[in-house]
Design a binder for this molecule. Structure first.
Ligand SMILES: [Fe+2]
Length: 187
């Protein structure tokens, strides 16, 4: 038999004794979520955040729609402004969804759920005039701000600081965007 035909030696598996479950090991087992917020509060906050997620996604889609379909003498300004805004909104949905997950609840992520949960209307199927797009977006940003603000009493009483921080950031963005869009409507 040629040297290369030799089968490689197979090492016998090393047998290890099964580890007995010690008291220390059982203590390190992962139990239910215990971050200092009750399950009832975690669920209530996550429910509110799922509403904020639906609002944010709806406003993102409407803003991207308007970026594509805007026409008229303000085209360039609005096309670029809407792009900045939809990019910000797109980036915002992830931290909102991940905060919901950290609270131990599933994040919504379907058009059906978003339609049910959103306080904003769906994007219009026929593109409106540029100024009506701006009005729609002012109303949208203010509606999302109201949704975010409505969660503070619950979040504060549960001492949920990460959610309060997230809501504060979202409020700043939506109120600023509403102001900028409103300014475009002034004569
Ligand atoms: Fe584009």
């Amino acid at each position: 038999m040629a040297k290369s035909d030799k089968k490689p030696a197979v090492k016998a598996p090393v047998k290890t004794a099964a580890r007995p479950v010690t008291k220390a090991a059982s203590k390190s087992a992962v139990g239910p979520i215990d971050i200092g917020i009750s399950g009832k509060d975690r669920e209530a906050i996550a429910k509110g955040l799922n509403g904020l997620l639906a609002d944010t996604f709806t406003l993102y889609l409407t803003t991207h729609n308007f970026h594509w379909n805007v026409t008229g003498p303000m085209f360039n300004t609005l096309h670029v402004m809407f792009m900045d805004q939809y990019t910000e909104l797109w980036n915002a949905v992830d931290p909102i969804a991940e905060r919901i997950r950290a609270l131990g609840v599933c994040a919504s992520g379907s058009f059906g759920d978003f339609r049910k949960l959103s306080t904003l209307p769906d994007a219009p199927s026929t593109p409106p005039k540029a100024k009506d797009m701006i009005r729609t977006l002012v109303n949208g940003h203010e509606a999302v701000a109201r949704t975010a603000r409505s969660l503070f009493p619950l979040v504060d009483q549960a001492s949920d600081e990460p959610t309060a921080d997230l809501l504060t950031q979202r409020l700043d963005v939506h109120e600023k965007a509403a102001w900028m869009l409103r300014s475009l409507l002034e004569e």
